[in-house]
Design a protein around this ligand. Structure first.
Ligand code: NAI
Ligand code: MG
Length: 496
């Protein structure tokens, strides 16, 4: 019933069929918030509230952390192979519940249903990947003199807190929870107040898959009322934070107080470097996808086009035509592009565009706030491309977090490299060229956590992800991501 197009659209006005939880997930079940208060989540495609959820506070956080601490004693001793079986069953359950999860994600975040389905299948794949890694966490031996023996082993870091943003709710939850659980850690997660539901549903599926009560808890509410007490709780051993640089810095200060470990996935202003000898049509499609997927609300969005002068005019014209052809609409109508996440985000992005207009910037496409053409509702921004801007311009330096691409024209290869590195961020970069040597020189010389060559967003859960410079530190995904949740213990013994 959930998959027929007609019934999909029915959810736009009535989400009750999704049976969304209105409590926290603590100790293996949904639990009412201690304060008795709730708050509402909006459907950004309509700009209206669509479901209530629990408004947590420090007491709920304390309950969740206490349960998580107790459960850690048990979970860390659960045989790795058994942990793997539970994570593999979770992957299976995510797949079995994929349409409910995707519709929930689409309504809660605004993203088109096709993208939401992709995120849900990616979450299943994440659990599958780490399920296989549980029993392969091998330590090493040290070459000591023959009357000694030395070896290392990985131990779980303990109780882990996960602060999740609203742009990729289920993906980010899975990306943190799966490796943490695989390593033998327990979890207290706080989803963003704009998108609380899929993390709760994920915790329920983990429990259904056989995860012991208390091993994975989710507390919903605001950053101040739930996030802040969570990251400063002395029962937390590690924090994984994904979000803005400003909030990340305040979380780091809280971690410093208790000397808590952390992984910081912060913002980006990632360059897409296009050289004259690229595959023209394929690159146009890639550059558009890099900025207009999820309306540009991706930390790794390709938000700056750094393009060589020889190809510049023809390329920007083709890109402008592509941007103008993009359809907007409510996510459940399967548009090319959905809304941005909130009125606040819409205002923030429109502010960047208004200021650019005042500075005399030329718009190749878009440039304004908009709404769903069918209903006149929702928080939309037109797919926007701004013509060549100088390196110091705000549109080049700041993370806009919307469907706004800023062009930077490069005189030659060296200039392109210099422009690619011209911001305080260093999350990812795209490189498009037919020249093998140039491609790898750029990959070597661009200061970023990862570089995509000739396909933006290339790679999957196998590939480590994380930032340099103010984009953060630590790595998620891949086996590197698993190590974020492990402590190395070295043991040396005299045997002779
Ligand atoms: P934010 O960084 O404040 O929120 C991210 C998460 O942190 C949410 O779950 C929030 O509840 C939580 N949080 C907020 N204050 C906290 C605190 N003091 N302690 C612990 N947790 C706290 O981002 P926000 O305000 O939603 O968006 C503002 C801007 O941040 C966006 O316009 C965008 O530029 C950027 N952003 C970047 C993301 C990325 O993936 N790089 C994701 C989300 C936002
Ligand atoms: Mg919402």
């Amino acid at each position: 019933m959930l998959t027929k197009p007609d019934s999909l659209l029915a959810y736009i006005n009535d989400a009750t069929g999704l049976r969304l939880p209105d409590g926290h997930f603590i100790d293996g079940g949904f639990r009412a918030p201690r304060s008795g208060r709730s708050m509402q989540s909006e459907d950004p495609g309509r700009g209206e509230a669509f479901a209530d959820f629990a408004r947590g506070n420090a007491d709920d956080v304390a309950d969740a952390v206490e349960n998580s601490r107790k459960a850690f004693a048990l979970w860390r001793r659960t045989p790795p192979a058994e942990r793997g079986r539970i994570l593999a069953r979770t992957a299976e359950l995510i797949r079995r519940n994929s349409e409910r999860l995707a519709i929930t994600e689409c309504l809660d975040s605004g993203k088109p249903i096709s993208e939401a389905r992709g995120d849900v299948s990616g979450a299943a794949r994440t659990f599958e990947y780490y399920a296989g890694a549980c029993d392969k966490l091998e330590g090493s031996t040290f070459p000591l003199p023959s009357d000694y023996v030395g070896y290392s082993q990985f131990e779980p870091v303990g109780v882990t807190a996960h602060i999740i943003p609203w742009n990729f709710p289920i993906s980010t939850a899975a990306r943190g929870m799966a490796p943490a659980l695989a390593a033998g850690c327990t979890v207290v997660a706080k989803p963003a107040e704009q998108t609380p539901f899929t993390a709760l549903l994920l915790a329920e599926l983990l429990f259904e898959a056989g995860l012991p009560a208390g091993v994975c808890n989710v507390v919903t509410g605001t950053g101040i009322e739930v996030g802040a007490p969570l990251v400063s709780n002395t029962g937390i051993d590690h924090v994984t934070f994904t979000g803005s640089v400003t909030t990340g810095a305040s979380v780091m200060r809280a971690c410093a107080e208790n000397v808590t470990r952390s992984v910081m996935e912060l913002g980006g202003k990632s360059p897409v470097v296009v050289l004259d000898d690229c595959d023209f049509d394929g690159t146009v499609t890639n550059v558009a996808g890099a900025i207009f997927e999820h309306a540009g609300q991706i930390c790794s969005a390709g938000s700056r086009l750094v393009i060589e002068a020889g190809i510049h005019d023809r390329f920007v014209e083709a890109l402008g035509r592509k941007a103008k052809a993009i359809s907007l609409g409510h996510g459940l109508r399967s548009p090319d592009m959905g809304p941005v996440n909130s009125a606040m985000q819409q205002e923030k992005i429109a502010g960047f565009l208004d200021r650019a207009r005042e500075r005399g910037a030329e718009f190749i496409s878009g440039g304004k706030a908009s709404s769903d053409p069918e209903t006149g509702k929702g928080y939309f921004i037109e797919p926007t491309i701004v013509a060549n801007r100088p390196a110091e311009d705000e549109l080049v330096q700041e993370e806009i977090f919307g469907p706004v691409l800023t062009v930077q024209k490069a005189d030659n290869y060296e200039h392109a490299l210099q422009l690619a590195n011209c911001t305080r961020f260093g999350l990812v970069a795209g490189v498009f060229t037919g020249n093998f040597t140039r491609a790898h020189q750029l990959a070597r010389d661009i200061d970023a956590g990862q570089v995509y060559i000739n396909e933006y967003f290339a790679g999957g859960i196998e590939v480590p992800f994380g930032g340099n410079k103010q984009s953060g530190f630590g790595r998620e995904k891949g086996l590197e991501g698993l190590k974020s949740y492990c402590k190395v213990k070295s043991i040396a013994a005299r045997i002779g």
